[in-house]
Design a protein around this ligand. Structure first.
Ligand code: PLP
Length: 479
């Protein structure tokens, strides 16, 4: 490049810089004025400065005058986009086509619209969260669902904390701080996101005494490990994996006599709290909360948002003397549930007063038990809509298998129906990515050359939303 050329270039750039509209000119623009009216002057000014900086950087690097002019012309639309992006929540509805019912990354258990409407009425104003209306004085936030939990499970007392990991922490801190807790090596589980039950337990200030081996733990192992420092015997339901083959473990009811003899409580972490017998609906029987209490467990804990189908919570039930110790523990203040959770939990638990109602009105149970024919109807409807949109893809309805997920019933597969999409013009990877970037993202499952949308986890309304978006945004077209 000789010096003349270089000079020509600089002059061009200077000209370009000078043709960028000034802030006061932009503020007179009709679109910009409308944005200020709709949002605020501050946010619009911020967007203007961000976009102007970006534009100057673009010009500094640009080798092509044409491209730079184009960007200058797009300044106002870019400002508009920037301002509206600032006001668009990052957390959005997604369409779950994965067939995983309790998808932890997608928020685990969905709450029904009916329940949310009723909760809205409580949380958008004041409610008697911690106020005893009969006595006219301070009440307990657990009071709204404690009786209900006792009735449903047969326990003497109940409470709830932030999640089930908190339950374990609070139980051990209340019953075993400074002492020892005996647990089988076959039950030391990782619960996802690198969180390990043993590590959570250590945080409580109790030391874990591990007994037995990964596949076998015997009654004698527990007995031999009891010392004067022992404070509790702990059973953890291996909810997210199974040890199969040459195995042995000691059930809660077998541990009870041993615990009684030494005056120790038996604690059971059930992981996923099931209140109904899933075997009735063709699934493997998962130990229910009621069974655990009936067998004599002193304290039982489980998640609110796994198979129970409620809000995120850790539910703790059991003998009153132990639950009282937990209610008084200072940690409880740090782990307490808020009004959203307390209100939702009460509504969800109330559904369990009738199993029929629970299966009908709790989305998780409804999805698990929905008859295959109904799932198939939804899959066929989606396929029909997609075919009608003439998308460049091979579209078929085929059987598939859904799973429960969320670390519950890991081996269980539920027969389901899916729309299988084989794109003609783009790759499966590209299709998956484009679906993920839609305004209402669609999260599918993929296998080899196929993108799979499992209809079991699709709501009725998702069918139209999915088909319409695939057409409108030309998701399957070559770009
Ligand atoms: C899932 C699970 C937990 C953790 O429950 P969160 O509600 O996710 O905190 C603890 N223990 C077991 C056995 C579990 O399966």
């Amino acid at each position: 490049m000789d010096s003349n050329q270089k000079k020509g270039n600089e002059m061009n750039k200077n000209l370009l810089y000078r043709s960028i509209p000034k802030v006061d000119v932009l503020l007179e623009d009709e679109t910009v004025r409308e944005l200020i009216g709709r949002y605020s002057r501050e946010t619009v000014m911020e967007a203007i400065h961000t976009e102007l900086d970006g534009l100057r950087q673009f010009i500094a690097k640009a080798g092509d005058e044409e491209a730079a002019r184009e960007q200058i012309g797009l300044l106002v639309p870019h400002i508009e986009h920037e301002v509206s992006a600032m006001h668009t929540p990052n957390m959005r509805k997604v369409i779950n086509g994965t067939g995983t019912i309790l998808h932890t990354n997608l928020g685990r258990a969905p709450i029904s619209e009916e329940h949310m409407k009723r909760v809205m009425a409580l949380v958008s104003g004041y409610a008697n969260l911690e106020y005893n209306l009969e006595a006219g004085k301070r009440g307990e936030r657990y009071s709204h669902f404690e009786k209900l939990l006792c009735k449903l499970t047969g326990a003497e007392a109940a409470m709830a904390v932030n999640n089930n990991a908190s339950s374990v922490l609070l139980i051990l801190s209340s019953l075993a701080k400074g002492g020892e807790v005996i647990v089988s090596r076959g039950e030391l589980i990782e619960i996802g996101g690198k969180f390990r039950i043993p590590d959570v337990m250590e945080q409580s200030g109790a030391s874990l005494v591990e007994v037995g081996t990964t596949n076998k733990t015997h009654y004698d192992d527990y007995e031999a490990a009891i010392t004067e420092d022992t404070r509790a015997l702990l059973k953890v339901h291996t909810s997210n994996y199974r040890i199969v083959g040459f195995t042995d473990s000691v059930a809660v009811d077998e541990l009870i006599p041993l615990a009684k003899e030494h005056g120790l409580p038996v604690v059971e972490d059930l992981g996923s709290g099931v209140l109904i017998d899933l075997a009735k609906y063709g699934l493997t029987h998962e130990p229910t909360v009621q069974e655990s209490i009936a067998k004599g467990a002193d304290v039982v804990c489980f998640s609110g948002d796994k198979l129970l189908g409620g809000p995120q919570a850790g539910i703790i039930i059991g003998k009153k003397k132990y639950i009282d110790m937990m209610k008084k523990n200072q940690l409880t203040r740090a782990l307490r549930i808020d009004k959203f959770t307390a209100a939702t939990l009460e509504l969800v638990l109330q559904e369990y007063l009738s199993e029929e109602k629970a299966v009908e009105n709790i989305p998780v149970l409804r999805m698990i038990t929905e008859p295959l024919e109904d799932v198939e109807k939804r899959a066929r409807l989606l396929a029909r809509r997609m075919r009608a949109a003439h998308l460049p893809a091979n579209i078929e309805v085929k059987p598939c298998e859904s799973q429960i997920g969320g670390g519950s019933l890991p081996l269980e597969r539920i027969p389901s129906m899916a729309v299988m999409i084989r794109p003609e013009k783009i790759s499966v990877t590209e299709l998956e990515e484009r679906m993920r970037r839609l305004p209402i993202p669609i999260i599918p499952r993929t296998a080899n050359d196929t993108v799979i949308l499992d209809a079991r986890t699709l709501k009725q309304g998702d069918v139209r939303l999915a088909a319409d978006q695939l057409k409108e945004y030309e998701v399957l077209e070559k770009r």
